[in-house]
Design a binder for this molecule. Structure first.
Ligand code: SAM
Length: 238
């Protein structure tokens, strides 16, 4: 059944017009009145809904039964990932959502090629959030990976004092413990990973001082988008 993100209060028995993005998708699928779809608003579970009206640009639905189904990972993983160039960041957002990331903060690292600021940063954020929505619709999640505003490491650390979850930094330094040894039994993990050019020594030192533990993924140097996805796969796949 087609699934759509509908960020509105949803209640069984309510009639409503779908927001523009969901309405467009319903029209592309050429659904007709009487057609049944699934709606979720990211607040928990999903609703069956019946199309009641297909207008030129608006679509009316009647909200049906709620199902409390969740398809979240047992371990909440928050990514703090160096912004990668071009479409690779879209790819990272899409795959991270499918793999169940709770949130993703695009990190403006010292060696990030793309330095986001102002209106451009807001547009990119909205774009990446849209990519995450589409990925949740496709993969069956009823939650959407929260894409946080892009930030430098120093600014992010200033706003996020350690609160008890495990903090890990993917590090290429020698004598670093393997990921699986560090994560044993943890259900809330914040993972810092570098951009294409890696984290600088100063950034890594800043992270260590803020309680991030360095971990290795082994002897091969993974691309900037592969490394956090490999960790997500290791921590979230059932
Ligand atoms: N030339 C860069 C350097 O030496 O730092 C390579 C950076 S790598 C493409 C991007 C990021 O992925 C790294 O900063 C690190 O956070 C992570 N990473 C890649 N392979 C890793 C591995 N085997 N173990 C731990 N982290 C890794």
């Amino acid at each position: 059944m087609a699934r759509f993100y509908c960020p509105l209060p949803l209640h069984t028995g309510d009639a409503l017009s779908l927001p523009p993005s969901a309405a467009r998708h319903v029209q592309v699928l050429r659904l007709q009145p009487g057609g049944v779809i699934t709606l979720f608003n990211g607040q928990g579970g999903e609703f069956e809904a019946t199309v009641t009206r297909m207008g030129r640009s608006d679509v009316g639905v009647l909200i049906g039964a709620h199902s409390a189904t969740e398809r979240e990972a047992a371990c909440a993983v928050h990514l703090l990932a160096g912004i990668t160039a071009n479409e690779r960041m879209d790819w990272l957002v899409e795959k991270a959502t499918e793999l169940g990331a709770a949130s993703l903060t695009p990190l403006i690292a010292e060696r990030s090629v793309l330095k986001l600021k102002g209106e451009r940063a807001e547009k990119k954020l909205a774009h990446w959030q849209g990519v995450a929505v589409a990925a949740s619709e496709q993969c069956g999640r009823n939650r959407v990976t929260r894409i946080e505003p892009a930030d430098t490491l120093a600014a992010w650390l200033a706003q996020h004092p350690a609160t008890g979850g495990l903090r890990l930094v993917l590090s290429l330094s020698p004598d670093t413990q393997p990921l699986h040894a560090a994560v044993q039994g943890h259900t809330d993990v914040t993972l810092l990973s570098g951009p294409e050019g890696g984290l600088t020594a100063a950034e890594e030192a800043l992270a260590l001082a803020a309680g991030f533990m360095p971990v290795t993924l082994g002897p091969r140097v993974l691309r900037a988008e592969t490394a956090p996805l490999a960790v997500l796969a290791a921590l979230t796949l059932a």
